[in-house]
Design a protein around this ligand. Structure first.
Ligand code: G6P
Ligand code: MG
Length: 220
């Protein structure tokens, strides 16, 4: 995609705008301890971008515990994780917008780009309000309405619809491999933040490296 084709940006939330990926990890680590799955950096990385119930299934499977819980027990485990996560979320303030992202949102707004949120998190509205960045966005895709989560393209396709733009005019920002696959499959420009994201069309190591000029330079 050419830089000039970009008319709007679809943002993942956790690990892209909000410094909340570490809070999800902290809460899931506790779940892993509860069910007896060893917590590893690899498991933590693979959970990024994955929905709540799918994350639980991955944690159970990683320890070989996938057949030990009824559906009702799984729902209890997921609810307990979310309760703990929301306790941690209460500590978030506008200072927990990741480095450089407030400046990037301001730059996009000043240059007339439209923005939407494509997060698998049902807690996205709560977090956006707490970080005081809700007003930048035309809308948020409701993950409860998805037929399939990331890496399926649905969420990023809907994020383009929210912007009223064709996928070919949208760039998506992600910190997860599943998210980058979703953006690519939706036919949008994938911008990855993280050293592991080899499938991203454009890649940065850290959020504070992201700017319109830097994206333009990488696409040239
Ligand atoms: C994001 C995060 C995941 C999280 C998922 C669901 O994609 O990267 O770590 O599991 O959202 O979040 P929720 O707040 O709905 O449990
Ligand atoms: Mg993320």
């Amino acid at each position: 995609m050419k830089f000039e084709d970009i008319k709007g940006f679809a943002f993942d939330l956790d690990g892209v705008i909000a410094d909340s990926a570490r809070l999800h990890s902290k809460a899931w680590h506790q779940t892993a301890d509860t069910v007896g799955t060893t917590w590893t950096p690899e498991l933590a990385e693979n959970l990024k971008g994955v929905s709540r119930m799918d994350s639980l299934e991955m944690i159970l499977k990683a320890g070989g515990h996938e057949n030990e819980y009824t559906q009702a027990q799984k729902e209890e485990l997921a609810t307990a994780k979310n309760t703990q996560y929301l306790e941690l979320v209460k500590t978030l303030t506008p200072d927990d917008v990741l480095p450089g992202m407030k400046a990037f949102l301001d730059e996009l707004k000043a240059n007339g780009y439209k923005m939407s949120v494509a997060s698998a998190s049902k807690n996205a509205p709560t977090i956006l309000k707490q970080l005081k960045v809700m007003d930048y966005f035309e809308g948020i895709v409701d993950p409860a309405k998805l037929h399939a989560g990331k890496p399926d393209p649905e969420i990023f396709s809907l994020a383009a619809d929210v912007l009223g733009l064709a996928p070919a005019n949208v760039a998506g920002l992600e910190d997860s491999g599943a998210g980058i696959q979703s953006i690519n499959a939706a036919g949008e420009l994938s911008i990855g933040i993280g050293s592991e994201l080899s499938e991203a069309a454009v890649r940065f190591d850290r959020t504070d490296e992201v700017s319109l000029a830097a994206i333009k330079a990488k696409l040239a």
